[in-house]
Each structure stands twice: as structure tokens, then as C-alpha cells.
Write a protein that binds this ligand. Structure first.
Ligand SMILES: [Zn+2]
Length: 365
């Protein structure tokens, strides 16, 4: 246990190298933890492609969806950010986005802390151990996970919370009533987790318009989507045009259209076209296409929702863990060992959601 094993990259496009890093001397508010597993996110892949616009210092170890077990703490780190006691052996999660606590956004709009003007992004999850000094990063948070929560499930906290926050923003303004018909428009791990989040929050019906069929739409149905529409591989059936997809969604939903559409990377105008008049669209991601000209006449509500603030995470942890027996979360994850070959396979982009497993003995059944 003298050193830390980590996957590092010399720069964009470079191959992963597994190396050893010195174990740090811990400050009074620092934590050292074993990383059970860590997700591979779209952000990681953008960084490795050289497509990330934020500041980076290479070489670096990516990974910001780590689920961990505490090994050592400084004398002054006795509680998590909610006041729960900490001891070695506790399961923990540290949100990667660290707001500065000093800028105008942090001081006046803490619910939008993901938009902090001077954020720090903690990375380094693709390793078998990690450490954070909370004296150095006062805006960093540490959340103790439920003792019975498997670490592999906790690696899904960040994408799950992103979906949960978007849906909650609609619920908070009365646009996601119990029993609502929710359409999830898009694809990827966040769109799949949005099916579970919408049903847990009381959706009457969850319908997915996206693709591809395998494994995305197949898993969406296993997660409880009533119907899935979309973008089949060209050799199966010809891909529908956006107008055809909108038509099939409206026919499937029936009545006047969907109450709520959660858009994850699809064209916003297409998402709006699936709504009933008076309906609401929550847009999670980059979008293209103009707003339709009848946007005002139809009395629609469009809400933007960018990622999640650290304060959103505890609700995500609790809901994800409580729902773990009701959705096949394990089936969406593809496991890879923390080896050069394992990391190379994990970043190939083939899996719906890849997970690097550094310590398989602690990630849970
Ligand atoms: Zn700030």
C-alpha cells in the first residue's frame, strides 16, 4: 500500500500508461481513499480527444465518477458535508465540480454552482487510490454513501443526478405532475437513467425517442419505458426522418401530446414538437435548430438544465440506492480492469457506459 496506481495520458490521443504515484502526506482536512470503480464519461472522452475547451495540465489522470472507500483522514476531517460521521472503511463520493465560493455565481446563485466563474474539476478517478485536501479546496464536498450501496452503482451518481435535476426543475414549477406522460428524447447513459428517475418521481408513462436499438433502447424497455422509438441501424430498417419520429411519438403518446420532454442532445425544436400545448421541455445539453415559430402561441415552457451542482448530489445518491432493486442498473455498465489494455478498451466508446474497476473486491455484488 505504499504507492498509488494510476492511468495517465501524456496528451490528447496518447495511449494510457499505468504508472505509480507517491502516496501523499495527509493534511489535517485531507482524505485518502481506495477507488472501487470509476465511470468513463463523455467529458473524459472529450478531454482525451483534445476537444475540451477548459484549462488542463497534461499529463493527467482522467476520471470524475469515482466511488470510494475511506482509508485515512486528517485529524480535522471527522464528518461528511452533511454532518454524517466519517471513519476508515466508510463508502464515500466526492463530486468533481468544486465551486470557488467567492464569485458572483457562488455568492448569489448557489443552485447554479456548476456555472461558477472559477471552478476546479477534481479528476484522477482512473486509479486505485485518490486523495483530496479539503483545506486546499474549501468548496469541495464529501458525501458518505449508504453502507449498503454497492460502489459500482454509486459510479452512476453523477449521470443519474443530471437527469434527476432536470426533471426536478420541471417539477418545482408545476410542470411535472404525478402521472405525467414523459418523453425522453436522445440517447446515452443519462437518457437511460432518466427513465428510472422519471418513473421514481411519479411519471405515469415514460417513452423514449432516440437510438440505437442495441443496447440503448433495449435497456430503456428493461428500465420500464413503455415504448421506444427511433433511430434503428440502417441495415435493420431505414432511419426515420425527424418528422416521422415526431409523428410516431405523438401517435404513441396519443391525446394532445407529451406533458414533459427531457431532451438530451436531440434537436430542441423536435423535442418541442412532441409536446402538448402548454407542455414543458427540459433541455439538458447542447442543441441545434431554431425554436419553432409557434413556441409562444402554444404556451410552451422550455427549461435549460446544465449538469448538476454539488448540492444536488445527495438526493441523487439516495434515490439511486433506493431504486436499485427496481431497475437493472448493472446491465448498463461494462467493466474494464485498471490496466493499459483495460483503459484503452474503456475509452473506445463502444459501451453505453464503461466503468474502470481498480479494486474489484470492494465494489459490491
Ligand atoms: Zn464561484
Amino acid at each position: 500500500m505504499s504507492d498509488i496506481r494510476a492511468a495517465t495520458f501524456a496528451g490528447p490521443g496518447a495511449p494510457p500508461v499505468i504508472g505509480m504515484v507517491d502516496r501523499p502526506r495527509l493534511g489535517r482536512r485531507a482524505a485518502l481513499f481506495a477507488i472501487g470503480a470509476c465511470g468513463v464519461s463523455d467529458t473524459d472522452l472529450r478531454i482525451l480527444r483534445g476537444a475540451w475547451t477548459g484549462a488542463l495540465s497534461w499529463p493527467l489522470t482522467p476520471g470524475h465518477e469515482a466511488a470510494c472507500v475511506l482509508e485515512e483522514m486528517g485529524a480535522d476531517l471527522t464528518e461528511d458535508s452533511l454532518g454524517n460521521p466519517l471513519k476508515p472503511g466508510a463508502k464515500i463520493l466526492i463530486p468533481s465540480c468544486v465551486p470557488c465560493l467567492r464569485c458572483a455565481v457562488c455568492l448569489h446563485h448557489p443552485a447554479q454552482a456548476a456555472r461558477c466563474l472559477n471552478p476546479v474539476h477534481l479528476r484522477g478517478g482512473w486509479a486505485d487510490r485518490g486523495h483530496v485536501d479539503f483545506a486546499e479546496f474549501p468548496g469541495a464536498r464529501l458525501y458518505r454513501l449508504p453502507d449498503d450501496m454497492p460502489l459500482w452503482l454509486a459510479t452512476l451518481t453523477e449521470p443519474f443526478t443530471t437527469a434527476l435535476r432536470g426533471l426536478r426543475r420541471a417539477q418545482e414549477i408545476g410542470h411535472f405532475p404525478p402521472g405525467a406522460t414523459v418523453v425522453i428524447h436522445g440517447t446515452g447513459a443519462i437518457a437511460l437513467l432518466a427513465v428510472a428517475a422519471a418513473l421514481e418521481m411519479g411519471a405515469g408513462r415514460a417513452i423514449v425517442a432516440g437510438g440505437p436499438e442495441d443496447p440503448f433502447l433495449r435497456l430503456c424497455r428493461q428500465f420500464g419505458a413503455e415504448a421506444t422509438i427511433g433511430a434503428n441501424a440502417p441495415e435493420e430498417t431505414p432511419e426515420e426522418t425527424p418528422e416521422e419520429t415526431i409523428g410516431i411519438v405523438r401517435e404513441t403518446v396519443g391525446g394532445l401530446g407529451a406533458d414533459l420532454v427531457l431532451n438530451h442532445g436531440g434537436v430542441t425544436a423536435d423535442a418541442l414538437a412532441m409536446l402538448r400545448d402548454g407542455g414543458c421541455c427540459v433541455d439538458l445539453g447542447p442543441s441545434s435548430g431554431p425554436l419553432p415559430t409557434d413556441f409562444a402561441a402554444r404556451d410552451l415552457t422550455l427549461i435549460g438544465s446544465g449538469a448538476q451542482a454539488p448540492a444536488d448530489v445527495p438526493a441523487g445518491i439516495q434515490m439511486l440506492n433506493r431504486a436499485r432493486g427496481r431497475y437493472p442498473f448493472l446491465k448498463m455498465l461494462t467493466r474494464h480492469p485498471l490496466t493499459a489494455a483495460g483503459v484503452a478498451e474503456a475509452i473506445s466508446g463502444k459501451a453505453l457506459k464503461a466503468m474502470l474497476v481498480a479494486n474489484p473486491d470492494i465494489i459490491g455484488p
